[in-house]
Design a binder for this molecule. Structure first.
Ligand SMILES: *Cc1c(COP(=O)(O)O)cnc(C)c1O
Length: 385
């Protein structure tokens, strides 16, 4: 038995992509597998997403593009860029250093561009590499992050890309700040759409083959107006709810569960404390179970005295301080739990379930951060691939 592992249900991933494809109708699905697939394992999840009907993949940083190319998931073989020859297109969404441009182009990935100086650099590097770079021009319609605010500059950049033999115009795109907040600030989501639509239309009028994309997972469910030619979905493909709600209410199935075991069971006399700083003391004589998992694995220390763990189909409170390698749970004054029993931090046991959304709420964060935080010390075990 492993000390701890995260089980990744690739069948759930595939089904979630099929669910999103149904929501999208004619629009294509781009599966976002940045940050090691939101902690689920990038390459395995990318493969499952493609099997579920995704036709493009997106990452944030250069090394992530390299990883997917090395896994053979995109055409980094010197073809005219991924996306040709039926290979799925790979897009690197984030800002890149000069050196990273070579890495990303070498991986056969498209690049995101929003200023002329960077476009020239990409063209020069593509020329040196001997194959044109695919470019997605980014409009900042209100996120206030990457991209240009200036719609005319978007159109000018698109023209510059189309006119350069070392470049190929692949897309024009934007990103929403409040798609996941249905009562956002008087409809900021729709304000962004209002700003992006004419920019995208102007580019498309001149370059009909361009792929227009804007929606993240939340936007897909929020409004079909955001779907355009393609949606970039991350969180929902993993069966995490984009609105921090119950994912099953939107037909999504959580793909990740997080398992360990009870390594020791000890009798605590009333008043005995558990862990560093004595932040919990047994209120009565009780049995305490030790689970060999801690913040070194991504169990946040802020969960000290503040979450449950499933054992034998029941919830038990995590008590005492979460340390780097261990945590403790109160099994109660009478227990039949013995060392070796399975412990589940995220997932289901019998009728009980703890979802990433529950942990996120306890930590006042979002489900994205909970799964991304599971550290490399926890092996990812895939099933249903
Ligand atoms: C991470 C990311 C996405 C995916 O967002 P989800 O909310 O996980 O669906 C889409 N687009 C960009 C630019 C991103 O950075």
């Amino acid at each position: 038995m492993e000390r701890a592992f995260a089980r990744i249900d690739l069948g759930a991933l595939r089904a979630n992509c099929e669910r999103l494809r149904a929501e999208l109708g004619e629009s294509r699905l781009c599966a976002v597998v940045k940050a090691d697939g939101y902690g689920h394992g990038a390459a395995a999840c990318a493969g499952a997403a493609l099997a579920g009907g995704a036709s493009a993949l997106a990452v944030a940083v250069a090394t992530e593009a390299t990883e997917l190319a090395a896994a053979g998931l995109v055409g980094a073989d010197g073809a005219a860029g991924a996306g040709s020859k039926g290979a799925p297109e790979l897009i690197t969404l984030g800002a890149l250093t000069d050196a990273e441009v070579d890495v990303v182009l070498g991986a056969g990935s498209a690049i995101s561009v929003w200023r002329p100086g960077f476009l020239e650099l990409v063209a020069a590097r593509a020329r040196a590499l001997g194959r044109p770079a695919r470019v997605h021009v980014k409009h900042d319609s209100g996120m206030g992050r990457l991209g240009t605010f200036d719609g005319e500059e978007v159109v000018a950049l698109a023209r510059a890309v189309a006119a350069d033999p070392d470049l190929e115009l692949a897309g024009v795109w934007t990103h929403f700040a409040t798609a996941d907040e249905p009562d956002d600030d008087g409809g900021y989501f729709f304000e962004q759409l209002d700003r992006f639509e004419p920019v995208a239309a102007a580019v498309r009028a001149e370059f009909p083959a361009v792929t227009v994309h804007a929606a993240n997972s939340a936007a897909v469910f929020r409004s079909p107006r955001s779907h355009f030619d393609m949606a970039r979905c991350g969180v929902a493909i993993y069966g995490l709810d984009p609105f921090q709600d119950d994912p099953t209410s939107r037909g999504l199935r959580p793909a990740l569960s997080w398992h360990s075991h009870v390594a020791a069971v000890k009798r605590f006399p009333v008043g005995q404390s558990a862990g560093y700083g004595r932040r919990w003391k047994a209120p009565e004589d009780t049995w305490v179970g030790l689970v060999p998992l801690g913040y070194g694995d991504g169990v946040r220390r802020a969960l000290t005295n503040h979450c449950d763990v499933l054992v034998a189909g029941r919830r038990y409170p995590l008590v005492g301080t979460v340390s780097m390698d261990n945590l403790t749970i109160d099994l109660g004054p009478e227990t039949e739990i013995e060392p070796g029993a399975e412990a589940v931090l995220i997932g289901r046991q019998g009728e009980e379930e703890i979802r990433a959304e529950e942990i996120a709420a306890r930590l006042e964060t979002i489900n994205y951060e909970v799964t991304c935080a599971i550290s490399p010390r926890v092996p990812r075990v895939t099933e249903g691939g």
